[in-house]
Write a protein that binds this ligand. Structure first.
Ligand code: HEM
Length: 459
């Protein structure tokens, strides 16, 4: 089962920072090739604006330079931003021969380790993905619905009545519990608490910590040393969980993802990398997405009434439409990335091989030509009308790298929606919409989707 994938040796967390820096060579356009136009602002400004606020910066650049434009952004360098929905889709669907991930996700290597499915291409990616995919099939996900429901109900029970709070923090706590329980299969409260503390340290790696990526020597001093110690603690605990799972005689009956990842007897380091990949891909995204869902729905009373009416129907189509519409209108992952393996014509330009291409999900999902004049509006009904433009609905990217946890995430969001509304009456703290802002790589509500629980309900 583990053939055609290199084995990665088990190394201390600190060592992952040494020798990491990838050398990135940028192509020059050959005959007939050219880069799209773009701003002349210094690299530092373009980088800062892209990392801190691409959700407002890119739309401005699109207005000025057109649907496809070039930016210079550290540490990647020159990159082409693609906004036309059809081009975004082309890049998403294009296979690894032309549109591989390339170096796009290498930044996560020191955090996760080498060999993550999200950073591999070609045959190694195919093998790794095939290994992981069964754990995310519909049948497996149906098997964990009741666990998700129970964790969501426990979370809601702890919400205070009468005072306002940021939903995003509660959702973070919940989605972390879901990952620990459903992905890692840990149930015992003491271990859940320890693992939660250790993993939170990894998830909290902040902007200043990125300096370790440039100067690995920092891992031995001051606050950085603590961060690395936290990463090491998380690694050690994950190895313990992997060993415990291997020993479990009932492993085959267990519904969690880890139980299945051990099929075929892969080495421990491989499984640790997979678990951290799932944590980093699936935790913040689903938490922020769930917070947005309430931020939008609670400000649209008619939509809320329709969801409440269908609460007892396990397959209510309108509730599913609310999840989809949230994913469309608030693109919490604002773009994905590819690096061209061959020259290609995209967005009206002949681009050379080696070009970094960042297709904008944000642009594709708010394009008026595609979604109509109300593209920016939250209107779940659009998903129940004939022929919604699903082709260019790409919240999970697409092609061979399409989000492995898409069904997991949609199911979890739907369960959270139903469970919260069954247990509490909740209102936004203000009538005004919350502004979307970039928090690391996720587009989040500026005030964390603040709400107030008005009262608890009977069921
Ligand atoms: C609503 C929440 C989520 C959103 C919006 C989201 C979005 C994305 C996007 C845009 C990509 C890149 C796809 C591409 O390059 O074409 C991705 C990849 C990935 N996601 Fe998610 N994701 C979410 C939740 C999850 C969850 C819950 C998990 C797992 C528990 C997960 C696991 C992954 C993995 C493993 C990949 C890499 C797949 C590959 O490269 O083959 N994601 N996700």
């Amino acid at each position: 089962m583990t053939d055609s994938l290199p084995t990665y040796e088990r190394r201390p967390a600190r060592d992952r920072f040494y020798g990491w820096r990838p050398e990135i060579h940028h192509p020059e356009p050959g005959p007939g090739e050219e880069f799209p136009p773009g701003p002349r602002a210094p690299l530092a400004i373009q980088s800062l604006r892209t990392w801190a606020a691409r959700n407002t910066y890119w739309p401005k650049m699109r207005e000025r330079y057109g649907d496809t434009f070039t930016l210079r952004v550290a540490p990647v360098g020159r990159m082409v931003i693609v906004c036309r929905p059809e081009d975004v889709r082309t890049a998403a669907q294009g296979g690894p021969d032309v549109f591989p991930i390339g170096e796009n996700n290498l930044l996560f290597d020191p955090l996760i380790g080498r060999g993550s499915v999200s950073a591999l291409d070609g045959a190694p990616h195919r093998v790794e993905r095939k290994r992981m995919a069964p754990a995310f099939h519909g049948r497996r996900i149906s098997g964990v619905v009741s666990i998700m429901e129970q964790l969501a109900a426990e979370e809601v029970a702890s919400w205070p009545v009468g005072s306002t709070f940021a939903l995003v923090e509660r959702m973070r706590r919940l989605t972390l519990k879901v990952i620990i329980r459903v992905v890692m299969g840990v149930e015992e409260p003491r271990r859940v608490a320890d693992l939660s503390t250790a993993l939170t340290r990894v998830l909290d790696v902040g902007t200043l910590d990125l300096l370790m990526w440039i100067w690995p020597g920092l891992t031995r001093v001051g606050p950085w040393r603590k961060v690395v110690a936290g990463m090491q603690r998380a690694d050690d605990m994950l190895f313990e969980e992997i060993a415990r799972s291997r020993r479990d005689p009932d492993r085959e009956q267990r519904p969690d993802v880890l139980a299945m990842l051990l099929d075929g007897d892969p080495d421990d380091e491989r499984v640790r990398v997979e678990l951290l990949t799932l944590l980093l891909s699936g935790h913040e995204t689903t938490a922020v997405g769930s917070a947005w869902m309430f931020e939008r729905l609670l400000r649209h009373p008619k939509a809320l009434v329709r969801v409440l009416e269908g609460l007892d129907d396990p397959d209510d189509e309108y509730r599913k439409a609310v999840v989809k519409e949230t994913l469309r209108v608030r693109q919490f992952i604002y773009n994905f990335g590819r690096r061209l393996a061959a020259p290609v014509e995209l967005g009206g330009y002949h681009l050379p091989a080696g070009t970094f291409v960042w297709p904008s999900i944000g642009a594709a999902h708010t394009d008026r030509g595609t979604w109509g004049e109300d593209a920016d509006e939250f209107r779940p009904e659009r998903w129940l009308e004939p022929d919604p433009p699903s082709r260019v609905f790409v919240p999970f990217g697409g092609g061979v790298h399409r989000c492995l946890g898409a069904l997991f995430a949609e199911t979890e969001m739907e369960i959270i929606l139903r469970t919260v509304l069954r247990h509490v009456e909740v209102r936004p703290d203000r009538a005004e919409d919350e502004t979307p802002v970039m928090r690391h790589i996720v587009q989040a509500p500026q005030r964390g989707a603040r709400v107030r629980v008005v009262r608890r309900l009977g069921s």
